[in-house]
Structures are given as structure tokens and as C-alpha cells.
Design a protein around this ligand. Structure first.
Ligand SMILES: NC(=O)C1=CN([C@@H]2O[C@H](COP(=O)(O)OP(=O)(O)OC[C@H]3O[C@@H](n4cnc5c(N)ncnc54)[C@H](OP(=O)(O)O)[C@@H]3O)[C@@H](O)[C@H]2O)C=CC1
Ligand SMILES: CC[C@](O)(C(C)=O)C(=O)O
Ligand SMILES: [Mg+2]
Ligand SMILES: [Mg+2]
Length: 337
């Protein structure tokens, strides 16, 4: 199946520059979109509740901060970048009452549309601009003159211009420097959830923690285990990023490559592939979405417990000590956002 992919030359920046944009939320994605939109000459305001801890960060950047309802009322394009589980209530209480004919409702991820948690009225454009990367890097790459690729999708198009508007927005945050692919809310949601659960976050974190455990339980120094399975992973992935798995295999030793080719399939066994397929099935049939929404409504007990256990994993203590001695490793993103 071929995809449509767009670059800066395909986008008309003046379309988004002619809109009044409200960015609801100022976290990982929200700050990146808002600051890069502003740097691209777009009229932006931020929507945050009165007590939000993000307010000071946005105000420190000179952005105008309103409540989500006020920002939605003033704007003609509303981009929701609050947590997925909070969007339904924000939409019904603050956004929906303020939607007007011709407005556009934008998402950074398709969760709430894909799982029917938000049902917008027919008279507004509904589109998505979903960067394929963490918000802090979306902003960093924009500032550095680079860009994180993005997906765009159109769910409703009463104006007839929703795709051009989404492409223009994506270009304004740097996405069209790297490539913008047209997709659907369903494809973005299902592939994004699968990627973060099975490979990028769930799979990679578990692989690193397990590798660290195997080495340290066998008596090797935690510092050596950390360098081996976490620090060097970035360097190996950098090679994949630059030239694919083939480029990575070109740069490593033939001993490593033989180990890669013969032992990799013993780690990621056919059973692991079956597990990945089950995870994809739970995304497609809505099981994961129902579980996550119920967990959030219950106050996130399981989430907090697992999060705390992850923070206490011995690899974190070892890593912090070693990173503190590497002056060129950026300060934690949580301190720089
Ligand atoms: N993180 C990422 O890199 C990516 C995220 N996305 C999508 O982007 C969206 C935002 O995610 P992310 O940036 O991670 O979110 P974050 O958790 O980083 O930030 C959420 C922001 O929303 C604010 N917020 C919380 N409640 C409300 C409310 N009631 N009204 C308005 N604002 C509120 C938070 O403020 P406070 O400080 O008060 O909590 C915070 O500023 C999601 O749809 C996600 O799936 C897509 C691609 C990548
Ligand atoms: C990989 C996680 C992600 O999907 C992202 C940064 O793209 C997210 O939801 O944060
Ligand atoms: Mg993602
Ligand atoms: Mg995601």
C-alpha cells in the first residue's frame, strides 16, 4: 500500500498563519507545538485550568494563557494536547460549548476519536497532526532547523480544506522538513499504541532492564552492565536511525554481527511475536483503551504502583551516577521543559 508523503514545498504556511490557534495543554507536545507555531508566525494562545502547574512555564515564554474554555471561544482552531484520558471531559465542558461553524478541532493522537470518546458536531473540521516523536525532541529539532516526521489525518471536512490546514500546521511545527504522511485516525491510533507498547517504550524498557538484571545477577559490575545495555543502545540506535539495521551491522564487528544474527532470534522468539500480535489485538478490539480509561477513572492505582517500581529499579541509580559524570549528556528533559 503506497502512502502520500508531503514536504515543506507541498505545504502553504499562510493557511495556519491566518488562523487563531488555541493549544489546550502545555506539556510535552503542547509546549513544542505552541512555541514552534509562534516561531512560525502563528497567533497562539494556551488553554490551561486556573490551578495548572504548566501555567507558569507558558507565561515564562511570554505566551498568553487563558482557561481552556476562554481559549476555545477565542480561537478558530483548537488543538487538544491534554492527556488522552482527560480529553473527553475537557471537550464536553470547555470546548464543545464554544465551537462555532467553521472551527477546526485538532488532535495530536487519535485515541479519543478512534474509541468514540469524543463525538464532534458535523459543522467543524476534525483533523490530526501527530508527531512521531517525544514533544521535547519535536521542539529541540525544530529549533535546530530539523524536524520530527508527523502523521496527518482528516476525520471530518465540512470546510473542504481540512487536509491543507493540517499540512500547514504540521509544517509550522517542523514536521514537513522530515516528511508528513497522510493516514487515518484509526491507523495512527493503532500503530502508535502498538509501537509504544511493544517496541519503543514497553519492549525497549523491558529488554534493557532484563539485560541489566541478567548481567548484574551473574556478578558483573552494575556500571559495566549499564554502559553495555543502556548507554550503548543509543549509539547503536543512532546507526539504525542513520542507515537502517544494515548500517548498524556494517559498523559493528563481525563477531557482534554473527551474535546478532544467531542470538537475536533466540531472544525475540516466535512466542514474543505471538505476544506482540495479542497486544495488537487488544488495541484493535478496544480492550486496552477500556482498561486504560477505567484505570484512570479509578485514580490510576496500578499505573502508580508500576511506575514507582520502575523508578526503584537498580539501573536507575547506577545510570544517574554515571550520567552525572558525563557533562555532554543533556540535563533531564523534566528540568529543561
Ligand atoms: N508525549 C508525547 O511526546 C506525545 C504525545 N502525543 C499526544 O499528545 C497529547 C498530549 O500528551 P502529552 O504532551 O504527553 O501530555 P503531558 O502529560 O505532557 O501534558 C499534558 C498537559 O495538559 C495539561 N492539562 C491537564 N489537565 C488539563 C485540563 N483539564 N485542561 C487543559 N489542560 C490540562 C497539563 O497541565 P498540568 O501541568 O496542570 O498537569 C499539561 O500541561 C496526547 O493526546 C498524547 O497521546 C502524541 C505524540 C507524542
Ligand atoms: C512513543 C510514545 C509516544 O507515542 C510518542 C512520544 O510518540 C507517546 O504517546 O508519548
Ligand atoms: Mg507516538
Ligand atoms: Mg503515543
Amino acid at each position: 500500500m503506497s502512502v502520500e508523503i508531503f514536504y515543506d514545498d507541498d505545504a502553504d504556511l499562510s493557511i495556519i498563519q491566518g488562523r487563531k490557534v488555541a493549544v489546550i495543554g502545555y506539556g510535552s507536545q503542547g509546549h513544542a507545538h505552541a512555541l514552534s507555531l509562534r516561531d512560525s508566525g502563528v497567533d497562539v494562545r494556551i488553554g490551561l485550568p486556573e490551578g495548572s502547574k504548566s501555567r507558569a512555564k507558558a507565561e515564562d515564554e511570554g505566551l498568553r494563557v487563558l482557561t481552556p474554555a476562554e481559549a476555545s471561544k477565542e480561537a478558530d482552531l483548537i488543538m487538544i494536547l491534554a492527556p488522552d484520558t482527560k480529553q473527553r471531559v475537557i471537550y464536553s465542558e470547555d470546548i464543545e460549548p464554544n465551537l462555532k461553524d467553521g472551527d477546526a478541532l485538532f488532535f495530536g493522537h487519535g485515541f479519543n476519536i478512534r474509541y468514540d470518546l469524543i463525538k464532534p458536531p458535523a459543522n467543524v473540521d476534525v483533523a490530526m497532526v501527530a508527531p512521531k516523536g517525544p514533544g521535547h525532541l519535536v521542539r529541540r529539532q525544530f529549533v535546530d532547523g530539523k524536524g520530527v516526521p508527523a502523521l496527518i489525518a482528516v476525520e471530518q471536512d465540512p470546510s473542504g480544506n481540512a487536509q491543507a490546514l493540517a499540512l500547514s500546521y504540521a509544517a509550522a511545527i517542523g514536521g514537513a522538513r522530515a516528511g508528513v504522511i497522510k493516514t487515518t485516525f484509526t491507523e495512527e491510533t493503532e500503530t502508535d499504541l502498538f509501537g509504544e507498547q511493544a517496541v519503543l517504550c514497553g519492549g525497549a524498557s523491558a529488554l534493557v532492564q532484563t539485560g541489566f538484571e541478567v548481567l548484574t545477577e551473574a556478578g558483573y559490575a552494575p556500571e559495566i552492565a549499564y554502559f553495555e545495555v543502556l548507554h550503548e543502545l543509543k549509539l547503536i540506535v543512532d546507526l539504525m536511525y542513520e542507515g537502517g539495521i544494515a548500517r548498524q551491522r556494517y559498523s559493528i564487528s563481525d563477531t557482534a554481527e554473527y551474535g546478532d544474527l544467531t542470538r537475536g532470534p533466540r531472544v525475540i522468539t516466535p512466542e514474543v511475536k505471538e505476544n506482540m500480535k495479542k497486544i495488537l489485538g487488544e488495541i484493535q478490539d478496544g480492550t486496552f483503551a477500556r482498561e486504560w480509561v477505567a484505570e484512570d477513572e479509578a485514580g490510576r492505582p496500578k499505573y502508580r504502583e508500576l511506575q514507582a517500581a520502575g523508578e526503584k529499579h537498580p539501573i536507575e541509580e547506577t545510570g544517574k551516577k554515571l550520567r552525572d559524570l558525563m557533562s555532554w549528556v543533556d540535563r533531564p528533559i523534566t528540568e529543561t521543559a
